[in-house]
Design a protein around this ligand. Sequence first.
Ligand SMILES: Cc1ncc(COP(=O)(O)O)c(C=O)c1O
Length: 458
Amino acid sequence: MYNIQKIRADFPILSREVYGKPLVYLDNAATTQKPRCVVEAITDEYYSVNANVHRGVHFLSQQATELHEASRETVRKFINAGSTNEIVFTRGTTESINLLASTFGEAIMSPGDEVIVSVMEHHSNIVPWQLLAERKNIKLKVIPMNDRGELLLDEYEKLFTDRTKIVSVVHVSNVLGTVNPIKEMIATAHAHGVPFLVDAAQSIPHMAVDVQDLDADFLVFSGHKVYGPTGVGVLYGKEEWLNKLPPYQGGGEMIQHVSFERTTYNELPFKFEAGTPDYIGTTGLAKALDYVSAIGMEKIAAHEHELTTYAMARLKELSGMRIFGEAEEKGSVISFLVGDIHHFDMGTLLDYCAIQLNGEKAGGKEAVININFTDTKEKVMLMLNNGVLNHRLGSQDKKADLTMEIAKMDFVKLFFGRTDLQTLHKTNKVKTTGDTKAIDIIRSACEPADPNFNIVLP
Ligand SMILES: Cc1ncc(COP(=O)(O)O)c(C=O)c1O
């Protein structure tokens, strides 16, 4: 049984209010909220175990080391890696990709060699390769996509040459929600003798990922996007590949023996883990993975799919709504624009309604929401009509939200299409992203004159 109320109760932040209204948190693609058990595991370790790992002979150090290595085993099991030697702890997805671009670039690539990425990559999977391109004079090739936000696999195949050394592609797009056919794409790369890096930052929190089934050579993700703490992440690499790569940073746990004449490096995975690792963070991450595993990744995926389908249908009913990314295989990310309302204004407007979404994606042009397993249809509807309808109907009865369907959506249409906002745009008073004055203007435009009426009808 999927007990949504119990799940929501595990996340203390979800019961808080913002601007006096119940929080609707839909910015999960940026970072996720933390269940109580994760925060408690972190606190417990600081209070009762804390000691540096792999260093001391004393009791606490050994206990901390055991916890840290048990966390590595939890990660291994979660992605079904063959060995803990293949699990390298990093600070997150970005650091994992930088680690790989740097070491792979140094050991395997020569000037003129090529990397294939896709047009829908997060900048964390573009810039490290661009830096390498500048350093080593290598070339980036980009897989294009169609209007629905699906990668063109025929074009992908054509990009391979005898200079292609690695493919690095996102599993689930953080903007379009597209779930790429990564297993098939990996098989194509392997047919050309090329290894494949999967950016799993947005897939790990939402679906079961099995590195052996995918036959991924490398796979990266961040703890904070899967209900774990910030500052810890993972680089999975097949042992045969990791053994071929040099260390990334020097010092601490990555050495076996140091002398001024010669230093030898530690075995896997420690070769890539310089300095004191975030051993408390790894405990938090393991707790988070245990937490979602106990619910079941399949159940999480099914719940999120149902809500996303619902939200897509409801959003499409709004006049002036444009949705970006309608791939056949789509995760729970929805990007949209309404009329000529700037995505930043939309983010600000909804923020005022206590709805936290991403209105300011770096380089993006849309408002982006990412539904997750703690959400409910009611919360999705609140996204569309938070406060407005309740106040308008003078009802705090939650059932009123749930029964609000098409007729009531008209109200939302009016809300989104309100003349005062459009006028603000037309008079160019609200134009620039990040303009704090614009925020004030929008807030005051949304400010209810009468608490029973959140909007002024045109
Ligand atoms: C697809 C994807 N890749 C990489 C990243 C970077 O993750 P982090 O900032 O945790 O390193 C993100 C973050 O939004 C992402 O969505």
